[in-house]
Ligand binder design. Sequence first.
Ligand code: FAD
Length: 432
Amino acid sequence: MSRVEVDVVVLGLGAGGEHAAHKLAETGLAVVGVERDLIGGECPFWGCTPSKLLIHSAQRGDDFARAAARIREANHDWHDEQHAGPLEEAGVRLVRGHGRLAGPGRVEVGGSTYDARLGVLLNTGTAPAVPDIEGLADTPYWTNRDVMRQEQPPGSLVVIGAGPIGAELAQAFVRFGTEVTLLEAGHRILGPEEPEAAEVISGVLRREGVTIRTDAEVTGVRHVDDGFVVEVDGETLAAEQVLVAVGRSMNLVDIGLETVGLDPDHHRVDTDERMRAAERLWAVGDITGEGDYTHLSIYQAQVAVRDLLGEDGPWADYRAVGRVTFTDPEVGSVGLTEEQARAAGLRVAVGRADIARSARGWISEADGIVKVVADADRGVLVGGTVVAPYGGEVLGLLTTAVHAEIPVGTLRHMHFAYPTFHRAIAAALGDL
Ligand SMILES: Cc1cc2nc3c(=O)[nH]c(=O)nc-3n(C[C@H](O)[C@H](O)[C@H](O)COP(=O)(O)OP(=O)(O)OC[C@H]3O[C@@H](n4cnc5c(N)ncnc54)[C@H](O)[C@@H]3O)c2cc1C
């Protein structure tokens, strides 16, 4: 067994790990990056980029084959040299294989041990969660990973799970001509979002032909010669394919968390404001349980890098994390929902505006809403949601407002260009 001394080991090279390894190596530190699959992780190869390419092509009315070709082109046919190259140029030593912690500041990969003087940054990410449904494990069901490798859309598709991934892909496939049924165990689709947002998106999806069933209990899945049989609420549904999109499971198995005093059965890696998780261990990304977003993983990596380099913050602050569901219209939201703000004990004020009644919404025949959630005692927004064409872009204004705690009075007296979607925010502020 060889033994190598370095400054930092980055275990798992998802979005945050890749960013941190690059930045740390650029400062001249000796950095080892350990990856067992493709460097860059879920986002570029099976997540954000290919799903947004599929959605974009579906929206433009392209052929599915064009979308498939653009996905292959974007991720170099599932080769990671466009990620590995820049890391190596920055001086990162890449080690391929499954890494395990072996005590504070120590990682084992294959037959080698890496001792990290400063510490280890953990970024092992997540994999698709698979629900315990009778028969499902024995079928060739799809996860997001399979979707991104298809050359043709299926004739019919049952999507199990109506979170952001399920809702986005249900709409993309129905637009490619697939007959889509979207099954959700909860009372509504896009459960964590504002109910008003879920209502708009449900209406749009239904209008486009998606069959949505909420409070749906899937009790069995079988694969027969010409497709799948899905048992739901005592009925059977037949479909050519089944897509499982019920969330993510954390890659925390067999990574040696117990060797640094952490519970390997805990559902996440708890971190402090500097992203420290244990002695000489930092953790970033989906495994921290603060949200499954690429931008959040990179944000946390920036915080951890500052701490590793001995800088004086700023440290992690999650008050204004933005998130976007890339349905059409998009759902952009930031901070707390009304329900979360009330649960936090705030004196809450809420303002709403209907995009369809705004000038731009009427011109564009667009559906959507803006909802702002204010802390009435402090006179600042603590959350906001915009469902609109380009809702993810309009979100920028609400994110700035929540992040910088701009007084509602100041926001109300801004100039809001006419006729834009963001002008609907002025109407929502007026409704507070
Ligand atoms: C379909 C889909 C669409 C999405 N769309 C968006 C979007 O539009 N916007 C957005 O912000 N987010 C989106 N996400 C979420 C986003 O992909 C993740 O939040 C993002 O990838 C950040 O993850 P991460 O940094 O935690 O690590 P990951 O990307 O999960 O990478 C972790 C890496 O660690 C490696 N690894 C794990 N264990 C070991 C080990 N023991 N040894 C060595 N290597 C190991 C893995 O192979 C992997 O490469 C989407 C996700 C999916 C599935």
